[in-house]
Write a protein that binds this ligand. Structure first.
Ligand code: TYD
Length: 204
């Protein structure tokens, strides 16, 4: 029986996560695995509220954190855990490392956020951090970075990147240089994943 494999792709906006999630999914399918692709915030009720708040005005930091936790709890229970039990490959575009980074940049202690999540959210087998300098990431999504708002965004994404990189020494983390073309980044991801699949640290 094949065991499930849980892979999370993280990184600041503009690092190409969603494309790489899709490509990695295709790679596993071509190797005969059943794949579940998902993302956070989800399309469930809490995720919808979070996405709406991006256009209708921001939630308080406390509510925002709580909504991300509620959304994730439901995601784990309804989708992630059942797929892993069924032996599927689950690939996520963002997970609780984004809460550490983004809500961390909003003032919460990343270590506390991590603890709250790990009470109910399983650790991934592999965390791929797509790393790119903030200026390049910003340019990729079409920001010029010259207004006050843009300056604040830049500051906050710099903090997010630092928090993501603080996870670099975890045994499950691989930092992926995300400069260059999509094909170059995919190749870097595939070689890390292939090495992991061939030589997993411990059987699940
Ligand atoms: P994103 O993946 O960029 O979605 P979309 O491509 O639909 O905009 O995620 C939306 C935002 O949510 C992104 O700026 C990061 C933020 N976010 C958090 O602040 N905390 C979290 O825990 C997660 C999962 C996302």
């Amino acid at each position: 029986m094949q065991t499930g494999l849980f892979i999370v792709i993280e990184g600041i906006d503009g690092t190409g996560k969603s494309t790489q999630v899709r490509r990695l999914g295709e790679w596993f399918v071509s190797h005969g695995r059943e794949v579940v692709l998902s993302r956070e915030p989800t399309d469930g009720p809490w995720g919808k509220k979070l996405r709406e708040s991006a256009s209708t005005g921001r939630l308080s930091p406390q509510d925002e954190l709580q909504y991300f936790l509620n959304d994730r709890r439901q995601h784990v229970e309804e989708k992630i855990a059942p797929a892993l039990v069924a032996g599927k490959v689950v690939i996520l575009d963002r997970y609780y490392f984004s809460t550490m980074a983004y809500q961390g940049a909003r003032g919460f202690d990343p270590a506390n956020i991590r603890r709250m999540n790990e009470e109910f959210a399983p650790l991934p087998d592999l965390l791929l951090i797509l790393d790119l300098d903030v200026d390049t990431a910003h340019q990729r999504i079409g920001h010029r970075g010259d207004s006050t708002n843009e300056f604040e965004k830049h500051e906050s994404l710099t903090r997010c990147r630092e928090i993501f990189l603080s996870l670099k020494d975890e045994p499950f983390t691989r930092v992926i240089d995300s400069s260059g073309t999509l094909d170059e980044v995919s190749a870097r991801i595939c070689s890390e994943v292939e090495a992991f699949v061939k030589f997993p640290p411990t059987p699940r």
